[in-house]
Design a protein around this ligand. Sequence first.
Ligand code: M6R
Length: 607
Amino acid sequence: MCGIIGYCGPRPAAEILVEGLKRLEYRGYDSAGICVRSGGALRVHKRKGKIKDLRAALPDRVDGELGIGHTRWATHGEVNDVNAHPHTDATGRIAIVHNGIIENYAALREKLAEEGYRFVSETDSEVIAHLLASLYDGDLERAVKQAVSLLKGTYGIVAMHADEPDRLVGARNGSPLVLGIGDEEMFLASDVTAIVAHTKQVVYLEDGEVVSITSADYHTTDLRDRPVDKKIEFISWELEEIEKEGYAHFMEKEILEQPESIRRAIQGRLDMEYATGHLGGLNMSRQELLNVERVKIIAAGTSFYAGLVGAYLLESVARIPATAELASELRYRNPVVERNTVYFAVSQSGETADTLYAMRELQRKGARVLGICNVVGSTIPRESDGGVYIHSGPEIAVASTKAFTSQLTAFYLFALMMARMRHMGIESGLSFIHDLEGVPALVSEVLSRRDALVPLARTYAGAGNFLFLGRGINYPVALEGALKLKEISYIHAEGYSAAEIKHGPIALINETTPSLFLVTDDGLRDKVISNMKEVKARAGKVIAIAVDGDDEVDRIADDTFFIPKTHELMYPFLMVVPLQLFAYYSAIELGRNVDQPRNLAKSVTVE
Ligand code: M6R
């Protein structure tokens, strides 16, 4: 979604802004722009399209040491140069960038238009620039506080005024904003990736807070002008982690990183003496954990599918009733919060609006919500009652891969911990640990076989529709495989329980709609094989992901990719990797933009 960067310091701002926007590209956007104060005036350069288009449109030299930049993901108004940010007031003395949605913009726009303010764009954001102009009396910070008090909706805003050569003002409500503290220079950004090249010292703003920066200083207040003391935090990411390092795409890099990212998610979280998991950040006492009678998981997209695996695991391993639900649905159905229930909000970015608002709704009703998140310092972990960081490192590709397997890891550790506090004996605990610790090496083994997926992707890239079919703990993996394929290759794909095809989807089967089956060596194998035969009987092509040595599956399927044998509960880790790669190679075959697929955003901060 939209990205923000602001710079205040001694260096030429334009290059810092454009480079910061480049680092925000992964969030998904359709236009970009910067505004730099130069010669006492504000100069805006903005363009529909990519950062390279913006860069190409910039004059050879852009002077000025104060500026703001933005990548826009359209919500209000079509994608064009005028609707791109920054937006200015009619005098061109005030400029703003905005992430989020102003819900009462129509009423504000009407009122301001009646007062003579002339609007040029179709965006909700432009209203902020005119509102600031109507309130400005020589103090930008005061004007921002007054203006945002009149806004309804969500915003991360940064504003500048031509008359204030060394000041930017930022405000946040529901859309992240972080301050970066440099050496005689300050940054504002929607996301630390934009500024990590310059500083590792950051301050995360909370909703209702305003930050005012100069190159040498900053202060934070609430909307009523009361000072707010903020903690300075340190970003642990290295710059290299957000660079491709020779890989063709971030997605490829992130898929290949999984043995290491899973290992990191496990690291320091196993207690071998008691054969259990150890998750320090849950903020729950032993007694509170013992009292848990039910687990409910909320999330969106890939994180939701990780939650479905987690729920399956918690029931089968820890014998705790568990369900996963789409956060977007839970929020609006007035959920009943039961006693002794623990909720998990799962989110790679920690900023997904659907998940965040569902979490707040649950907390309002008294629920304890734990986060399973990747981005340290993001909103969900900050507002949750405890949780687990998955430590995948930055995930830049829009299609989530390594975060999924690390989210699974968090659930495996939690399930082990809960099981060991209940019925699971020490021997079974040790055996579970042994299997879990074996996963990274097995994922490496799967990755070493990846070349076999290239011709497979080539063969099926022309398909208009795809079915992904799995059972049991691998059913959510089939859903995830279908999501990956449709996201980045744009091939229509649906995931189902293999058992469900006879209840409808089998009507789609013909020679042009292939089915990809996940077949493990568990109690459901024979049933899945029957489903494969049903598809074959209707001239459907069958691709199987099967376990080494399963010749029967290989005989039935048109194409088979083998994965190594493991404990039946560990297969989701091994099954999902070929699906990620299959989607990746299919997208390449079709010439798609793998890392930034059309219409998608990495961090979905609007509803
Ligand atoms: O950051 P989150 O995990 O909360 O994001 C949730 C979904 O938006 C995300 O998983 C999305 O479905 C991805 N594009 C999947 O690859």
